[in-house]
Design a protein around this ligand. Structure first.
Ligand code: URA
Length: 229
C-alpha cells in the first residue's frame, strides 16, 4: 500500500494533509524518515508519525445496548444517532446492521463491513432476531401458531415469514423473526389486535446482548461472534 494511503486509512488525515505531514519529515518507516507519498508500505513496516506508531484500521464489528430516544440513522436528526454516542475514530465508515425504532432498546450491531451486515439484514439469510416484548392485552396461546404460520401486515404482499413466539406470562413474550420489515414486531401484534408497550432486542443470530453492557455502552465483538453470522 502507498504510504499516503496507509496514513489516511490509519488516521483522520485526508490525502492532502497526509502529503503535508510527509513533506514536513514527521513520518518514519522502520525508523527512517520518508517523504515520498508513493513509498510502498509492507505488512511488517512500522510506520510512525512524530514517533507514534500508526496502524490501518481494519473492518470493525461492534455491539451496542441502544437506549430509548436514539435513532439508528448515521446522523443526528430529531433524536441523537447511536453513532454519536460512540467516541471512536473514523465513525463515518460505520453503519448499523438492522435498525431499531426510536423507542426500542437493546442489541444493535455496528460495522464497517457491508457484506457482513447484509447477512444479518437480508431475509434470504434467515438470521433470527429475538425480541423481548411487553404488550397491552393478554396473550393467547393460539398466537404461537398464528405467528408460526405468518400474519398479514397492512400494505404488505404475502404473510410474514414463520416466527417463534414464546409466551412468558399474560403480557410478556419473546418473539424471534428472521425478517426486518418496517416496525415489524409492532405491526405483527397490531395485526392480531394487540399493542406493543415495550420492545427490547435480546439477540441477533447467535449474538446475545451482553448483560453487563449498560444502555449506551458498546464493545467490540469477539472473533467467534463475528464468525457466527
Ligand atoms: N420491530 C419493531 O416494531 N420495532 C423495532 O424497533 C424492531 C422490530
Amino acid at each position: 500500500m502507498r504510504l499516503d494511503k496507509f496514513i489516511c486509512e490509519s488516521t483522520e488525515l485526508t490525502r492532502s494533509l497526509a502529503k503535508r505531514v510527509l513533506k514536513s519529515g514527521e513520518v518514519t518507516c522502520d525508523g527512517v524518515v520518508i517523504k515520498d507519498a508513493s513509498f510502498k508500505v509492507g505488512t511488517d513496516t512500522e510506520v510512525c508519525i512524530e514517533g507514534r506508531k500508526i496502524e490501518v484500521i481494519g473492518e470493525r464489528y461492534i455491539m451496542m445496548n441502544k437506549p430509548v430516544d436514539t435513532i439508528c440513522s448515521t446522523i443526528d436528526e430529531e433524536y441523537q444517532s447511536v453513532l454519536s454516542l460512540m467516541d471512536i475514530e473514523k465513525v463515518e465508515t460505520l453503519h448499523i446492521a438492522g435498525c431499531l425504532d426510536v423507542d426500542t432498546t437493546g442489541l444493535v450491531l455496528i460495522t464497517s463491513d457491508g457484506l457482513w451486515s447484509h447477512k444479518i439484514t437480508s431475509p434470504k439469510k434467515d438470521c433470527g432476531k429475538r425480541y423481548y416484548v411487553e404488550v397491552a392485552e393478554p396473550l393467547d396461546e393460539a398466537l404461537i401458531e398464528t405467528f408460526a404460520e405468518g400474519v398479514q401486515l397492512r400494505n404488505e404482499d404475502g404473510l410474514t415469514k414463520p416466527a417463534i413466539l414464546d409466551i412468558i406470562d399474560a403480557t410478556h413474550a419473546r418473539l424471534t423473526i428472521s425478517e426486518g420489515k418496517y416496525h415489524q414486531v409492532k405491526r405483527m401484534f397490531a395485526a392480531v389486535g394487540n399493542k406493543v408497550i415495550n420492545l427490547h432486542r435480546e439477540a441477533i443470530g447467535k449474538i446475545e446482548m451482553e448483560d453487563d453492557l449498560l444502555e449506551g455502552e458498546w464493545r467490540y465483538l469477539t472473533d467467534e461472534e463475528v464468525k457466527s453470522v
